[in-house]
Design a protein around this ligand. Structure first.
Ligand SMILES: Nc1nc2c(c(=O)[nH]1)N[C@H]1C(S)=C(S)[C@@H](COP(=O)(O)OP(=O)(O)OC[C@H]3O[C@@H](n4cnc5c(=O)[nH]c(N)nc54)[C@H](O)[C@@H]3O)O[C@H]1N2
Ligand SMILES: Nc1nc2c(c(=O)[nH]1)N[C@H]1C(S)=C(S)[C@@H](COP(=O)(O)OP(=O)(O)OC[C@H]3O[C@@H](n4cnc5c(=O)[nH]c(N)nc54)[C@H](O)[C@@H]3O)O[C@H]1N2
Ligand code: SF4
Ligand SMILES: [Mo]
Length: 700
């Protein structure tokens, strides 16, 4: 007997593909794309196509385990679930008695994007416990805030709407790798004459397809956007009528644009004046033109203001609410799960203090006290690989008095430092509810196979922990489907798109496309901001002490200056004999790998083989002065740490900039780029600043 089970890709990707698992005797035997899913259209990306290798990987964790050797030594003893949960309870009760429950920090992010296995599992139990709150700002926090204060909500058209655009500017975004199902629609549009411009310091897979690739200095895009606006008003290409009717703060922004003439913008961005003029003309005179961004663009200290400046361009040219124009960012604002149902704030103690996830290493090593973090519970995240300044995180994880539990599918860089490891289910072994953050789809993931060995889902574990801690509230002990029904019903009260959609319907249809605004975001000319208009000047930001107008600031990463000792932390790294000065630094950007999702899949041999050896792309001129040849192993380091990578000499990267994709596992490769990345916070919402990373490079 073979059955077909319909599921949803849970990984951090805007597409939220539909897939089919064929199951015989409790084993998944075939896995492929759902041919009828309107976004997926019958094909999956390179990462998820071999998903059964991920699900049945011989290294999947199978049983709870307890550390028996020193932290990080990899010596384990098997435990039963009862023993593991009882030990966690005992340790926590002692910690709570001595320090209070805020001494416990849950750390979760994007292992799965499911509403239950990530959303509800990161909320309810931890709030009931009174644990520290995690500020989840590692990914797109600044852009989210920038878009919300400017436009009111994150809204975006369906991918296929690109067919109405004459011009597409993909700005600091690499959809060939990170939003693959947008690409066929773009290709179709280009057959009909749509022009594609890609703005990225690196010649990415997406940039290689462009009519025109522009490579500015990282972190300078805010100045570029304001420079384009400068050219547009100089030439009179703006839409004054639209600006008057639909924006606040145009006179103030217009005055600021005087500060961004092409000459100054050329200096800031490192682009030719001619390039800036040409792009200003192209965007200013081609309508409709859409700007597509994601989150990579804003992982620098100017990230929030950069996105604000980019958001101003469709307003200046009167293109919001116009089919084929406007901004493509995220569809998340259309449907947000009812917060009370996710979190049960009303039935829990007041929220504990907030800890910014980008400061994990600092938080574990003294920045957070009163109470100090005495226990860390990691699930659906791999901070020792994916979070910034990873060396400091590892130092924190090695604290003898820190009780660390990691719930994982694999023995990751983080799990290896745990006191207790719990085995987690994959998406084929759990139920969940999903919505795509680049699509309009809502979908149910039906479990295809029983959990492998003793694996349990996040929500299973939350229920066990709740029972252990003596929490009897029914909302901590519901089956997944009951949680989903509650989420759908509570959210439908304030979201018309959900009205009438029931769980049985979702199960029967597998996925349902929600209907919003007849295809065009802000088509009615109304913006859900306090003024009802596009807020070019934002009083909300002013009230927070943030520049209320989009701008640009010269903020440089110091490469890890040790303020206490007043020395450069990288000085001890000069043992190769080469002199190192400030001028020798390069800017390292670390975007998405094509074959991994953050660090997920980077332990899978077939995908590792396809991605190749861990590499850093460097311009031949930068390599030559360092005596580096193509294929050399080089050290990439600064005051925070270092890693070893293979040098790829290419003119596909701007001089002064180097690029190496994120996600490599230290346990497999001996280190990774996040040993070097800064844990400095950005200009809005506690944003990570990975791409503002000064490094020094030399031959190994
Ligand atoms: N294959 C794959 N897909 C993924 C992921 C993955 O790891 N692998 N990760 C997922 C996640 S978590 C996210 S948030 C999204 C991110 O989706 P994207 O934002 O598309 O991906 P990134 O590679 O992070 O960043 C995009 C590009 O920004 C460029 N960049 C960096 N700094 C600057 C800058 O200052 N200016 C400009 N103009 N460009 C800059 C980088 O070179 C990179 O090519 O992708 C998701 N999808
Ligand atoms: N240098 C650099 N680093 C970056 C970025 C960058 O641009 N540059 N981008 C950042 C971004 S945008 C993001 S979003 C973060 C992502 O950072 P993380 O959210 O930490 O993502 P991953 O590293 O993929 O780790 C997710 C882990 O969850 C596990 N997992 C998957 N499903 C489940 C489940 O159902 N239950 C449990 N318990 N575990 C599960 C996976 O096995 C995996 O080890 O990375 C950031 N890191
Ligand atoms: S990672 Fe993205 S493109 Fe790949 S299967 Fe999942 S949702 Fe689809
Ligand atoms: Mo992300």
């Amino acid at each position: 007997m073979m059955t077909k089970v319909y599921g949803v890709c849970p990984h951090d990707c805007p597409d939220a593909c539909g897939f089919v698992t064929e199951v015989a005797d409790g084993q998944a035997v075939k896995f492929y794309a759902d041919a009828n899913h309107p976004v997926t259209q019958g094909w999956l990306c390179a990462k998820v196509r071999p998903y059964l290798h991920h699900v049945y990987h011989p290294d999947r964790l199978q049983y709870p385990m307890k550390r028996v050797g020193p932290k990080g030594s990899g010596q384990w003893q098997r435990l039963s679930w009862d023993e593991a949960i009882a030990e966690i309870g005992n340790r926590w009760r002692a910690i709570i008695a001595e320090y209070g429950s805020e001494a416990i920090l849950p750390y979760s992010y994007s292992g799965t994007l499911g509403a239950v296995q990530m959303g509800v599992s990161s909320g309810r139990f931890w709030n009931r416990l009174g644990a520290s709150q995690l500020e989840r700002s590692i990914c797109g926090a600044a852009a989210e805030m920038a878009v919300e204060v400017t436009l009111g909500k994150r809204r975006s058209p369906r991918y296929e709407e690109v067919g109405h655009s004459q011009l597409v500017i993909v700005w600091g975004h690499n959809p060939v790798s990170t939003a693959p199902h947008f690409m066929p629609h773009l290709a179709e549009a280009r057959k009909n004459g749509t022009q594609l411009v890609v703005i990225d310091p690196r010649r990415t897979r997406t940039a290689r397809q462009a009519d025109w690739h522009i490579a500015p200095q990282p972190g300078s895009d805010g100045a570029l956007a304001l420079g384009l606006a400068h050219i547009i008003i100089r030439e009179g290409w703006q839409d004054e009528a639209w600006l008057t009717a639909h924006t606040v703060g145009w006179p103030e922004l217009r005055a600021r644009l005087a500060e961004y003439p092409p000459e100054r913008v050329a200096e800031i961005t490192g682009l030719e004046i001619g390039e800036i003029e040409r792009l200003g003309r192209l965007y200013g005179t081609t309508r409709p033109g859409v700007i597509k961004i994601a989150d990579g663009l804003q992982r620098n200290p100017n990230g929030g203001q950069t996105v604000r400046a980019i958001c101003a361009l469709p307003a200046i040219t009167g293109q919001y609410g116009r089919r084929g124009g406007g901004l493509m960012y995220s569809t998340s604002g259309y449907l947000q799960w009812d917060g009370e149902t996710v979190n049960k704030w009303g039935e829990c103690p007041p929220p504990g203090r907030w800890v910014n996830m980008n400061r994990l290493g600092a938080a574990l090593t003294g920045e957070v006290s009163d109470p100090p973090i005495q226990s860390l519970f990691v699930f659906g995240a791999n901070p020792a690989t994916s979070s910034p300044n990873a060396g400091l995180i590892v130092a924190g994880l090695q604290r003898e008095d820190l009780f660390t539990v990691v719930h994982e599918l694999f023995m990751t860089d983080t799990a290896v430092h745990a006191d207790i490891v719990l085995p987690a289910t994959s998406q084929l072994e759990q139920a969940d509810l999903h919505k795509g953050y680049g699509t309009w789809m809502l979908a149910y993931n039906a479990p295809a196979i029983p959990p492998l060995a003793e694996c349990k889902s996040n929500w299973d574990v939350m229920q066990l922990l709740a029972a252990e801690m003596g929490f009897t509230e029914p909302w901590l002990h519901q089956p997944v489907d009951a949680v989903i029904e509650e989420l759908l019903a509570a959210t439908a009260v304030h979201n018309p798109a959900l009205h009438g959609i029931t769980l049985p319907q979702l199960k029967a249809a597998h996925s349902i496309e929600l209907q919003h605004e007849e295809g065009v975001p802000f088509g009615d000319g109304r913006f859900p901001t306090p003024s009802g208009k596009v807020e070019l000047f934002s009083q909300t930001l002013a009230d927070m002490g943030i520049d209320p107008l989009p701008g640009w600031a010269d903020k440089q990463d110091d490469g890890g200056w040790n303020y206490e000792l007043g020395i450069r932390n990288y000085e001890p790294l000069t043992d190769n004999g080469l002199p190192i000065t400030d001028n020798d630094s390069l800017l390292l950007i670390t975007g998405a790998a094509h074959h991994f999702t953050s660090s997920t899949f980077a332990g899978q041999p077939d995908l590792r083989a396809r991605e190749g050896e861990p590499f850093v792309e460097i311009h031949p001129a930068d390599a030559a002065v360092r005596g580096i040849a193509h294929g050399d192993w080089v050290v990439v380091g600064n005051g925070r740490g270092a890693c070893t990578l293979k040098a790829i000499l290419t003119d596909g990267i701007r001089p002064g900039v180097v690029a190496s994709p994120k996600g490599r596992w230290g346990v497999l490769e001996g280190g990774h780029v996040n040993y070097t990345t800064p844990d400095t916070l950005g200009d809005m919402a506690g944003q990570s600043t990975y791409h503002s990373n000064r490094v020094w490079i030399w031959r190994k």
